[in-house]
Design a protein around this ligand. Structure first.
Ligand SMILES: NC(=O)c1ccc[n+]([C@@H]2O[C@H](COP(=O)([O-])OP(=O)(O)OC[C@H]3O[C@@H](n4cnc5c(N)ncnc54)[C@H](O)[C@@H]3O)[C@@H](O)[C@H]2O)c1
Length: 442
């Protein structure tokens, strides 16, 4: 085998390239962003993902990994090419396939110049039909070659979670192969069999259409589960004596439901759930289907972060001129990704109410500054952010925030009051020392 290549070095692609190199596969990692490439060549990961920095440095040092903008070199030096470019939202919510189109056109023209069979694998999240009706014709027209005989094409959706990306890539719970033809599916199946060896996970081979749809179904289901428990949380807040944590624990013990993704909080954000749900709803609308359950899950999530603002008002009255600390602007712990983060929605809500906001996040300060600029103040630690504050809202469940005690808040704040948007504190310990409100608790 010549090696593998990965096109598009974001959270998904860079993690994949580093993991392939770590298992001894010669990997060519391609991107078009010159600034990003410069950093990567110097061994610097331009975002925070646990373990990735060490793996990149090692891959480059042992020359298992090359970082380049040269697609031709990547095609020449690999038999399998994974496409991991971004698929953001258009303003109407539909999927924007510009990066997929550009990558397919580029790959096709390099296939034209490269002899031998090559396998192209779409790993980006794309709406059903994209691989067969957009990628395949583009590859064929630009390469002058035939899919199925001269090159193979598969869809192979990625299910990793940011913050756990390396572990997720090394130990996926399943592999889905949507094959345009059997030879392509065989080739990708063998690739993964040798990559995972004895620890090969469950494998499902199916059509590209099913693979593309099930990736969206997966995210839509998880997001719906969270919105479901958040709806119950809102009800619990109106019933003295009720606690959504206990309700979630009880229903999570039913094996038909399960405990995961049943944590009430300020809702889901990130680079996947919001854009994927929008893309699925928009795709379905064009087919004449409304997907009311999924639309409702999205609607619940739109308002969920703002519940924290209402709770802050309930605790300290009008927020105008008040100093509010927001802990956490990454969309979840162990990442610096602030895309569609609930914390940002909270901050914008507070600013609209006239509050003065101080922000702290262990990893996402740079990304927060890029979005919020001079509109807020930035603290260097959680303790500094609550110093003299009138209220604190916990928006991300970073471990560092869990360690703060009720006494820490009581000692430092002007009006000691805490809104626990992620249910990280024991209400019994907090309620006696500070004004306290939590999602899903009356
Ligand atoms: N981030 C996640 O947790 C996650 C999880 C599962 C699936 N996905 C899906 O995987 C895909 C990638 O996600 P991401 O978060 O890594 O995206 P990203 O936006 O972080 O990175 C995309 C990268 O592709 C590069 N790129 C764009 N056009 C290119 C081209 N023509 N040639 C080479 N490189 C190009 C960009 O410069 C960028 O570095 C998306 O479809 C996403 O929905 C993401």
């Amino acid at each position: 085998m010549r090696g593998a290549s990965v096109v598009g070095l974001g959270y998904v692609g860079l993690t994949m390239a580093a993991c392939l190199a770590d298992r001894g596969i010669k990997t060519t990692a391609v991107d078009i962003d010159k600034e990003k490439l410069d950093m990567l060549r110097r061994g610097i990961v331009p975002f925070y993902e646990p373990h990735l920095q060490e793996m990149l440095a090692k891959g480059l040092a042992v020359k298992a990994m090359v970082v380049t903008d040269n697609l031709e070199e990547a095609t020449r030096n690999s038999d399998v090419m994974f496409v991991t470019v971004g698929t953001p939202s258009n303003p109407d919510g539909s999927i924007n396939l510009d990066q997929v189109k550009a990558a397919s056109t580029g790959i096709g023209s390099t296939l034209k110049k490269t002899p031998g069979y090559h396998l192209v694998v779409i790993r980006s999240t794309v709406t059903p039909g994209t691989t067969e009706h957009l990628v395949k014709p583009l590859l064929e027209s630009t390469s002058g070659k035939s899919c199925g005989s001269d090159f193979g094409l598969c869809v192979n959706p990625e299910f990793l979670a940011e913050g756990l990306a390396v572990h997720g890539t090394m130990n996926p719970d399943r592999i889905i192969i949507g094959e345009c033809d059997k030879d392509a599916g065989d080739a990708l199946g063998s690739f993964y069999a040798s990559f995972h060896g004895q620890r090969m996970p469950s494998l499902l081979r199916t059509t590209p259409m099913n693979s593309e749809l099930l990736k969206y179904a997966n995210n839509a289901f998880l997001a719906t589960k969270v919105s479901f428990i958040n709806s119950l949380a809102s009800l619990c807040e109106q019933i003295p004596g009720a606690d959504v944590e206990v309700v979630a624990k009880g229903i999570g013990l039913d094996p038909r439901i399960g405990p995961l993704f049943l944590r009430a909080g300020l809702g889901w954000g990130g680079s996947c759930f919001p854009k994927d749900l929008r893309a699925l709803v928009e795709f379905a609308r064009a087919k004449g289907e409304g997907l009311p359950v999924i639309r409702s899950a999205y609607d619940v999530n739109e308002f969920q972060p703002l519940r924290a603002v209402r709770m802050a008002e309930h605790l300290i009255g009008s927020l105008r001129g008040k100093r509010v600390a927001v802990l956490g602007v990454s969309f979840k712990p162990e990442t610096d990704d602030t895309r569609e983060a609930s914390g940002l929605v909270v901050i914008h809500g507070l600013l609209r109410e006239g509050a003065e906001v101080t922000v702290y996040d262990p990893k996402a300060m740079q990304n927060a500054r890029a979005v919020l600029g001079e509109k807020v103040r930035y603290a260097r630690s959680a303790l500094e952010s609550i110093e003299g504050a009138d209220c604190c809202i916990v928006a991300t469940e970073w471990e560092e925030f869990r360690k703060l005690t009720a006494e820490d808040y009581a000692k430092r704040m002007r009006i000691p009051s805490v809104v626990d948007g992620r249910r990280i504190y024991d209400p019994n310990l907090f309620k006696s020392k500070v004004r306290f409100a939590a999602i899903g608790l009356a």
